[in-house]
Design a protein around this ligand. Structure first.
Ligand SMILES: Nc1nc2c(ncn2[C@@H]2O[C@H](COP(=O)(O)OP(=O)(O)OP(=O)(O)O)[C@@H](O)[C@H]2O)c(=O)[nH]1
Ligand SMILES: [Mg+2]
Length: 309
């Protein structure tokens, strides 16, 4: 079971692995590069995988420090040093979501259009349900009728109640209704969907702040999690997006989706280094099991496992 989950993670990260570590491994094979050339090659590959300037510098610095003691051309050593350097960056962001502290525990999902909010809600709801928790969803994306339906159909299929209103209705009011419904039904976790929005749309960002205020009227300690969903495929833009959302609603955790569809998975390192927010989950595919709690060790191991040749 465990190994098959790891295989899924590894498969999901194939594109990033090929661009990042496989390319580094290839550069070590056969030809005689100098250490300086190897470092340059690694730097290029990291930047191309969207690891970002800051995290890349940190990794290269660590390699330079270790160079005195180890031969960089010795691939096992090099990968060992890389492993440590990558883990150093990710470890501080490994904080799993703990939903037991409040009742109901309230999760507010935010992010731009198409980032994967609604899909993530579905996967997360099933995960929580399988852990024995009762879940209720709030269809806070009132922007499009289809968005409400998407959540309703999904809820019916999975026997998870969905509180929804009319298209164009007040998102904060629906979420407030959902919270009261959850309280009346003694539900453990409420997950509130919201419409996708760009950080440049100030009125929509203000609406998020309003939603948060209304939730607080229900429970002063809520929302217990403001989860920002970021699409790994947009690379460095995700950082700017995150900073803007953080300024409007104080994001408390991140889910990074669509790592399976991109070679830019190195963005997770840039996020860890520059945002310093807990990374709760990563999405490496469309199936339920493909939303995984973020574990730094597994993530790095999946990236560095280079097939034998
Ligand atoms: N391959 C892959 N696809 C994903 C993943 N997460 C989400 N998707 C897909 O991304 C698309 C958009 O997902 P949604 O959940 O509808 O995105 P959203 O953020 O709710 O979008 P809006 O409601 O328009 O703001 C869907 O086709 C999902 O199946 C993932 O981890 N991997
Ligand atoms: Mg949606």
């Amino acid at each position: 079971m465990l190994s098959s989950l790891f295989t899924r993670l590894k498969n999901g990260l194939t594109k990033t692995r090929q661009h990042m570590t496989q390319a580094i491994a290839n550069s070590l094979l056969g030809e005689k590069f100098t250490d300086a050339q190897i470092l340059e090659e690694i730097e290029t590959q990291l930047l191309m995988a969207d690891v970002g300037v800051k995290a890349t510098e940190k990794i290269i610095d660590q390699l330079i420090q270790e160079r005195a003691r180890n031969n960089l051309r010795d691939a096992p050593h090099l990968f060992e040093i890389l492993n440590t350097a990558l883990l150093d960056i990710l470890k501080p962001c490994e904080h799993p979501l703990a939903v037991s502290s409040h009742h109901p525990y309230v999760i507010l999902m935010v992010g731009i259009n198409g980032a994967g909010k609604t899909t993530t809600i579905g996967k997360l709801a099933k995960r929580l349900q399988s852990e024995g928790k009762t879940v209720l969803l709030a269809a806070g994306d009132t922007f499009r009728a289809a968005a409400i339906e998407q959540l309703q159909v999904w809820g019916e299929r999975n026997h998870i109640p969905v509180i929804s209103g009319i298209p164009g209705g007040d998102s904060a009011a629906i979420i407030f209704d959902a919270l009261n419904a959850a309280k009346a039904r003694n539900i453990d976790v409420v997950i509130a969907d919201t419409a996708g929005r760009l950080h440049t749309q100030q009125h929509l960002m203000d609406e998020l702040a309003k939603i948060k205020r209304v939730i607080r009227k229900f429970d002063n300690s809520a929302p217990h999690e403001v989860m920002l969903v970021l699409d790994a495929g947009i690379g460095q833009n995700a950082l700017q997006q995150a900073k803007q959302f953080q300024a409007s609603v104080e994001v408390s955790g991140i889910t990074v989706t669509k790592l399976d569809g991109t070679a830019k998975g190195g963005i997770v390192f840039a996020m860890a280094e520059e945002l310093r927010l807990p990374i709760r989950f990563i999405g490496v595919g469309e199936a339920i099991d493909d939303l995984r709690p973020f574990e730094a060790n597994d993530f790095v191991r999946a990236l560095l496992t280079v097939p034998e040749e």
